[in-house]
Design a protein around this ligand. Sequence first.
Ligand SMILES: NC(=O)C1=CN([C@@H]2O[C@H](COP(=O)(O)OP(=O)(O)OC[C@H]3O[C@@H](n4cnc5c(N)ncnc54)[C@H](OP(=O)(O)O)[C@@H]3O)[C@@H](O)[C@H]2O)C=CC1
Ligand SMILES: N[C@@H](CCC(=O)N[C@@H](CSC=O)C(=O)NCC(=O)O)C(=O)O
Ligand SMILES: [Zn+2]
Ligand SMILES: [Zn+2]
Length: 379
Amino acid sequence: MSTVGKPIICKAAVCWGAGQPLKVEEVEVAPPKANEVRIKILYTGICHTDEYTRSGKDPEGLFPVILGHEGGGVVESVGEGVTSVSVGDHVIPLYTAECRECKFCKSGKTNLCGKVRTTQGQGLMPDGTHRFTCKGQPIHHFMGTSTFSQYTVVAEVSVVAVNKSAPLEKVCLLGCGITTAWGAVVKQQGIKGSNVAVFGCGAIGLGVLSTASIVGASRVIAVDTNPGKESWARKMGATEFINPMALPEGKRIQDHLVEITDGGLDFTFDATGNVHVMRAALESCHKGWGVSTVIGVAAAGQEISTRPFQLVTGRTWRGTAFGGVKGRTELPGLVEDYLQGKLKIDEYVTHHRKFAEINDGFHDMHGGDCIRCVVDMTE
Ligand SMILES: NC(=O)C1=CN([C@@H]2O[C@H](COP(=O)(O)OP(=O)(O)OC[C@H]3O[C@@H](n4cnc5c(N)ncnc54)[C@H](OP(=O)(O)O)[C@@H]3O)[C@@H](O)[C@H]2O)C=CC1
Ligand SMILES: N[C@@H](CCC(=O)N[C@@H](CSC=O)C(=O)NCC(=O)O)C(=O)O
Ligand SMILES: [Zn+2]
Ligand SMILES: [Zn+2]
C-alpha cells in the first residue's frame, strides 16, 4: 500500500535530554510539505558532532531530538514543487543547504547558505513546524537531516541525488566527515609542495592528511595524543607522526614544530575541537604566510586566544564548515571520484552496528580505535 501523503510509523533513536543515551522509539513521520522530501534512511555514520550535541556541549542543542547527519537513503515521496530529486533516487541529506538563490549562495565566496539555517538551528522545518512526533510529543529535527530515523523529512535544498551504483553504506560518509576533510584541503590554494601539520587523527584529520598527500604536500606531519593513531596516519599519507605527550617535559608542540620545519608550517589544521590545540596549530605556522584552519567544533563557552602579534606577523586563522563544499553541486562528483577509486571512503569504516545497537556505536567512538561506525538502519 502506498505511503505517499500519509504519516509513516517507524523507528527512530530519540535523545530525550542532554547527556542521555538514545532510545529507539516508535515515531510518526508526517508527509513532506511543499519543497520537502521524505527519505527512507538506510545507513548513517555517527560523527563526533552528534556526540557533542548529545552530551549537552552544543549551545544550539535542543531536546528531545533525533540526531544524525551522515546518512544515505532512498526518496520515498516528495512534496509539491520538488523538482531536483524524485521517488526512488538514492540521496544524501545535507546539513549545509544549497539554495542557489540566497545572498550567500550567490556570493561565490562561501558554501554557507542562508535559506534554511535559522529554522534548522531551531530544530524545525523551514515553515517553522516539525515532522516528527513520539508519544504525542513533537521531536526536534537536527542539522536539517535527522538521519537516526528510518524515515526523515528534509528541505529540497538540503538533499542531493547521487549515482545509484554507489553503495550507500559507504557514500553516506560523504554527508559529513570525508567531504569536510577533502574540501578543507582542496579549497585552499598552494598546498602542493608545502609542509602541512594536522592536529587530531580521527576521520577528519586522517581525511585532511590523506588529501594533502594526494594533492602533493611535500611534508605531512600528523599530531595526535593517541599513539595508536600513528599507524593510521602513516597508512593514510603522513610522512611523520608526533605525539605531543611524548615530547620532553615543558616542550610545547608548537615550539617543536617550528624548530623541525625551519620556522613553521605553511598550513596547519585543527581536527580535535580543543581550543588549546587550535592555538598550538596557529602558532605552529610560519611567520609571514602560514595559514591555520579550524575544523574542530568546540564546546559551549570555549573561546580561542593567541597573542595578536601572531596575526600581525602574517599568520592567518580561518575555519571551514563542511569543507567549503556546495553539496548539491559537488557531492555527485565526489561519488563518481569514489566509484573511480580516486577518493577513499571504505578505509575509514572500522565499525558496523545494527540500528538497535546505536548507543554501542557511540561507545565505539570513545574507544580510540574507531574511525567511523556505520549504522544499518534496516536492522
Ligand atoms: N567543521 C566541520 O564542518 C566539521 C567539524 N567536525 C569536528 O571535527 C572534529 C574532529 O572530528 P573526528 O575526526 O570525528 O573526531 P575524533 O575524536 O575521531 O578525532 C580527534 C582526534 O584527536 C585526538 N586528540 C585529542 N586531543 C588531542 C590533542 N590535545 N592533541 C592532538 N590530538 C588530540 C583524539 O585522540 P583520542 O582518540 O585519544 O581522543 C583523536 O584521535 C570534531 O570536533 C568534530 O565535531 C566534524 C565534521 C565536520
Ligand atoms: N551548533 C554549534 C556549532 C556546530 C558546528 O560548527 N557545526 C559545523 C558542522 S560540524 C559537523 O559535523 C557547521 O557546519 N557549522 C556551520 C553551521 O552553519 O552550523 C554551535 O552553536 O557552536
Ligand atoms: Zn559531522
Ligand atoms: Zn542559499
